[in-house]
Ligand binder design. Structure first.
Ligand SMILES: Nc1ncnc2c1ncn2[C@@H]1O[C@H](COP(=O)(O)OP(=O)(O)OP(=O)(O)O)[C@@H](O)[C@H]1O
Length: 236
């Protein structure tokens, strides 16, 4: 099996406020590969989103490296990074990043714009994923006509549509009821259990830690391994 491992090596990132430099990430080391679920816990403002942006090449670290499947993100240009995100990484943002004037269907379709699938295959895939997420009767609705949880599911459908090798999810179950949360987790875990994708999740704490391969707490800029009471495992 091809191992598309992501590795972050000694990542540091600070932000400037006036003359003051505020460190958000301090020499973070992290890895994830297909079949693994890596959870990053942390309070609001701990730097979880900043870390996910850096891991997906949306932001640059001040120092350190991110390597995905042998590719150094730092040395890729913007268009190469965008292509990597489009074709191999799946990012679920905290604010969903849906396009307001497009329907649920169109918001998922955009992820497949460069795919080699035929129009029929594309449409079958979009319909299947949206219906698996319980949105078959919302295909033609705009984001503003959907509940927050439904918008979140459209964002997840858009991410899963391209069969990414690594999924980076910022609070994927943040704004939904427990039942919907469980469905979202099941959808995210399907490619992970099949060994096709790795999953990195950032959470305040409402993600079930027992399904994680590794859990960390991001505290004061440092990533600290978090030990679960029982042995973590991924049910298949
Ligand atoms: N562009 C920026 N300029 C200055 N400071 C920033 C910038 N982006 C993030 N920060 C700061 O970095 C810190 C970490 O923010 P981040 O959004 O990563 O936190 P988080 O752990 O994801 O929080 P939450 O769980 O509330 O989303 C915050 O103090 C934030 O103000």
């Amino acid at each position: 099996m091809k191992k598309s491992r992501l590795e972050a090596i000694n990542i540091s990132r600070s932000f400037q406020k006036g003359t003051q430099s505020i460190p958000v990430l301090k020499e973070i080391n992290l890895r994830a590969e297909p079949g693994e679920v890596v959870v990053i816990r942390g309070k609001s403002g701990a730097g979880k989103s900043v870390l996910l942006w850096i891991l997906s090449g949306l932001d640059n670290p001040d120092s350190g490296r991110v390597v995905f499947d042998g590719l150094e993100l730092n040395s890729l240009g913007n268009s190469q990074r965008a292509e990597l995100r489009r074709s191999r990484l799946g990012i679920i943002f905290q604010n969903f990043n849906l396009i307001g004037s497009w329907t649920a269907y169109e918001n998922v379709e955009i992820a497949l714009r460069n795919s080699k699938l035929s129009p029929l295959e594309k449409s079958k895939r979009i319909n299947r994923i949206l219906s698996e997420l319980g949105l078959s009767d919302r295909l033609q609705n705009l984001p503003a006509e959907l509940s927050i949880g439904q918008q979140q599911r459209v964002a997840i459908a858009r991410t899963l549509a391209t069969n990414p090798e690594l999924i980076l999810a910022d609070e994927p179950t943040g704004d939904v009821d427990p039942e919907t949360g469980a469905e979202i987790i099941e959808m995210l875990l399907t490619p992970v259990k099949a060994g096709k994708a790795g999953l990195i999740v950032a959470t305040h704490g409402n993600f079930p830690l027992e399904i994680a391969t590794r859990v960390y707490t991001l505290d004061n800029g440092v990533l600290i391994p978090f030990k679960l009471a029982s042995t973590p495992h991924l049910q298949s």
